[in-house]
Write a protein that binds this ligand. Structure first.
Ligand SMILES: [Zn+2]
Length: 217
């Protein structure tokens, strides 16, 4: 999951963070009309992230298993994962069924308010969980798996920028960091089974992947 805690943040903080977003991450190939649509960005983020991981797995002599489904939902209409119902305002990877689902209205709202950097953080983060499942990565604490998914997202994005698949515009880095800040936990509660990490922890983990690649995660 990317954002189970947003509702716990004060409205003032969210507005401040959202207002900080500015520049855009764009795929040049999708930039035909000068501005990508939300749908373009979602498709691009998914496609490029899976291409990236396919190559990574190949280099390790393994085969990447593409997700079985990629499911947009609205409000309470999302697919359940085992006995866990989908909740509004979230995105998640479900290991049972190997799929990713996301509240499309919520994500489009973030895209509108914060810029498309939000989509390029959320989707690679969820794919990070699908990679953990394939690699059999097992953490004792939820926060460790969440921070590694942030690190994977940073490593994925820097590789895509490095290969020219994505271009970073001025302000993009701030946008990515603001997106992470918006989804940080309000307090450092390492043992909480729902913990994802504070804004600072999530940004640091993302930055580690961005600077050193997914191998450092
Ligand atoms: Zn997560």
């Amino acid at each position: 999951m990317i954002l189970p805690k947003l509702t716990r943040l004060s409205a003032g903080l969210v507005v401040m963070v959202l207002a900080a977003g500015c520049g855009l991450v764009r795929s040049p190939s999708m930039d035909r009309r000068g501005a990508d649509t939300f749908e373009d960005d979602v498709v691009t983020a998914r496609t490029l992230t899976e291409e990236f991981w396919s190559r990574q797995f190949q280099q390790l002599g393994r085969t990447y298993r593409p997700i079985a489904d990629f499911i947009p939902y609205s409000a309470d209409s999302g697919p359940s994962c085992g006995d866990q119902p989908a909740v509004p305002n979230n995105a998640f990877y479900c290991p049972l069924g190997h799929f990713i689902a996301f509240d499309q209205d919520w994500m489009e709202g973030l895209w509108n308010e914060m810029g498309d950097g939000s989509v390029y953080v959320i989707i690679p983060h969820e794919f990070g969980h699908s990679v953990q499942a394939q690699l059999g990565t097992d953490f004792s604490l939820n926060i460790e798996s969440e921070l590694q998914a942030d690190c994977y997202a940073g490593g994925t994005l820097s590789a895509l920028v490095g290969s020219g698949a994505l271009t970073m515009d001025a302000g993009d880095e701030n946008e990515l960091f603001a997106s992470l800040a918006a989804v940080g936990d309000p307090t450092d509660d390492w043992l909480n089974p729902a913990a994802h990490g504070t804004a600072e922890q999530r940004q640091a983990s993302f930055a580690k992947g961005y600077q050193s690649g997914v191998g450092a995660c």
